[in-house]
Write a protein that binds this ligand. Structure first.
Ligand SMILES: [Ca+2]
Ligand SMILES: [Ca+2]
Ligand SMILES: [Ca+2]
Length: 249
């Protein structure tokens, strides 16, 4: 009588090697600062100061951090704070993107002139170094020696609370968008007038060992599953289901 056998499968080292080969990110994948608010007219102190980060292919933001630089001396800006970027969530803004927001206490972000923000990835590499109200050169921290890219827009002590500076436009990466003057804030959500091109499709399985329907797979053989992009596998993510048992070679 045929019987079904079912077992959990743990990826072998060979599996991991295959996954590594198959995991090239889409060329358009990019992580950047998408929105910020640092100064407003609230008499008791700025409110709702935040920095939003977007990952255009929905990639993980685990390990990313925001480092803040005081550029009162623009030629030698120094760090005054650094915080982790939260995991964020997937949001559909044309294409599906991951959006995460770092929130600060009142006056947690300095008001310039010349203050800067470094976005740093999990390996410690600076992926973006921008400033507001003037360029700076960092003298310490992860961006040491680098000169910032100054934003073309800024806020002031007369900026309305509840607004922010945001990237707008249509495209797939930072270069496709432009910074816009203060508008109603959209932290954690799609920016005003910003559309990401292309959906972010779910990963697909590109190859397996054994192939579907194989009849001669050894009982102790390694199972391989290759995906079209990076995936994180939970324990027991796969099971081998046999329609019929038989002799083991
Ligand atoms: Ca400052
Ligand atoms: Ca502030
Ligand atoms: Ca937003």
């Amino acid at each position: 009588m045929p019987r079904k056998a079912r077992r959990s499968v743990r990826p072998s080292s060979a599996t991991l090697a295959l996954l590594t080969c198959a995991l090239a990110m889409p060329a358009s994948a990019e992580v950047f600062i998408n929105e910020l608010h640092y100064d407003d007219a609230t008499a008791s102190g700025d409110v709702g100061e935040r920095i939003e980060v977007v990952a255009t292919a929905g990639e993980t933001l685990s390990g990313y951090r925001i480092h803040l630089y005081n550029g009162a001396t623009p030629s030698a800006a120094t760090t005054y704070d650094n915080d982790p970027v939260p995991a964020g969530s997937l949001v559909s803004c044309g294409g599906s993107v991951r959006i995460a927001t770092v929130s600060y206490p009142s006056n947690g972000l300095q008001n310039g002139a010349n203050d800067a923000i470094a976005l740093v990835d999990a390996s410690g590499a600076v992926v973006q170094f921008i400033s507001y109200e003037g360029a700076v050169t960092a003298s310490n921290g992860p961006a040491a020696g680098r000169t910032s890219v100054n934003l073309p827009v800024s806020e002031s002590s007369s900026t309305a609370a509840g607004t922010s500076l945001q990237l707008g436009g249509s495209g797939s990466g930072y270069g496709s968008f432009t910074w816009r003057a203060s508008a109603t804030q959209t932290f954690g959500a799609c920016n005003n007038g910003q559309t990401f091109a292309g959906a972010n499709p779910a990963p697909t399985i590109t190859a397996t060992t054994p192939v579907d329907g194989a009849s001669d797979f050894p009982a102790a053989g390694d199972l391989w599953v290759a995906f079209s992009e990076t995936v994180t596998l939970a324990t027991g993510a796969f099971a081998l289901q046999c329609g019929q048992s038989g002799n083991v070679a």
